[in-house]
Design a protein around this ligand. Structure first.
Ligand code: ATP
Ligand code: MG
Length: 320
């Protein structure tokens, strides 16, 4: 089968190393092999927060992050939810295919609710995975590079596709998740590295910002550095981060650091991260907001054409 890749992020802040090792690195590889759609999920921002005034800036920044890591707009279609009404219209038939209790059981929805800063949970939060099914299925996506937190959502997308096909005839292929080298990178506080939890190293962070963030990361009092994920999660997390950036095993790095303690560990991590981010920062500095706007306009147009065709197919299948 010829795969179609679909993946995306919410414009809620700068992309971080978790995105890179969870999903972006795979995207850069996959764009050479398959048609690829990259979604800037702007409508999903209002799932769990008030639409920030800086949504446009976040959107532009997200696009610049994509280009900086090497996503090539000549190969990939980068687009926004808000520009593709036909994609959002798929929500209607899709919502009728899942039950309220199925949505309520979704562990990622539960986790997002736990971290929400809003006083009440919005209806959009419950329909989040169904919206995501529309994101994936509008382009008949089959391969979805995501982090581990997205697996329950992907199950919903498969469920929706399967039930739609059963009820109305074969329209959608069943999408598969594709996890990266690090499906769940932890942040500097030990929780999932997230844009909105203040624990992330952004791909656009300067050298000094990166150093300051790592300096503040928690460690423990033992001088001898060892890689023990259960017993010493904070130290293990820093070693993992450095290992990913250097393409080396964390155990090996621990042995080299030996009894250098937290100070040496943090120096090694800071150098590794800064070295890794150097070419990404350099590419980003060469880009302008004008580039971003032009690329997005082109991507929106291409994605919309695709969505129009799928929606038409859906309406025919449903007998409208
Ligand atoms: P927010 O805090 O606003 O939800 P986020 O950091 O969780 O932001 P998303 O835009 O929700 O980022 O996620 C985009 C993609 O990146 C998803 O595929 C998600 O699985 C992946 N991802 C996010 N954080 C990590 C992480 N720490 N490790 C691996 N993958 C991640
Ligand atoms: Mg998230």
């Amino acid at each position: 089968m010829n795969d179609v890749v679909l993946t995306g992020d919410r414009p809620t802040g700068p992309l971080h190393l978790g995105h890179y090792f969870g999903s972006l690195a795979n995207r850069v590889l996959l764009q050479d092999l398959h048609p690829m759609y990259v979604l800037i999920a702007d409508y999903q921002v209002i799932t769990d927060r008030d639409l920030p005034g800086e949504i446009r800036r976040h959107t532009t920044e997200l696009l610049l992050d994509y280009l900086a890591v090497g996503i090539d707009p000549a190969k990939a279609t980068i687009f926004q939810h808000s520009a593709i009404p036909e994609l959002n219209q798929l929500l209607l038939p899709f919502l009728s295919l899942v039950s309220v209790s199925e949505l309520g059981r979704n562990p990622t929805v539960k986790d997002e609710i736990a971290h929400s800063t809003q006083s009440a949970v919005s209806g959009l939060m419950f329909t989040y995975p169904v919206h995501q099914a529309a994101d994936i299925l509008f382009c008949k996506g089959t391969l979805v590079p995501v982090g581990r937190d997205q697996l329950p959502h992907l199950e919903v997308a498969r469920l929706v596709a399967r039930r739609f096909n059963e009820r109305y005839g074969q329209v959608f292929p069943l999408p598969e998740a594709m996890m990266g080298a690090q499906p769940l990178l932890k942040g500097l506080d030990g929780g999932k590295m997230s844009k909105s939890r203040g624990n992330a190293i952004a791909l656009s962070a300067t050298e000094d910002e990166t150093a300051a963030l790592i300096r503040k990361a928690r460690t423990d009092a033992e001088r001898l550095i060892t890689f023990e994920e259960e017993r010493r999660p904070e130290v293990a997390n820093l070693l993992t981060l450095a290992g990913l950036c250097l393409g080396r095993a964390p155990v090996e790095l621990a042995e080299e650091i030996g009894d250098g303690g937290a100070v040496t560990l943090k120096r090694v991590v800071t150098e590794a991260v800064n070295e890794f981010l150097r070419p990404i920062r350099k590419r980003r500095a060469e880009l302008t907001e004008g580039d971003a706007r032009r690329i997005l306009a082109e991507g929106n147009e291409r994605a919309r054409e695709r969505a129009v065709r799928t929606l038409e197919e859906v309406r025919v299948a449903m007998g409208f």
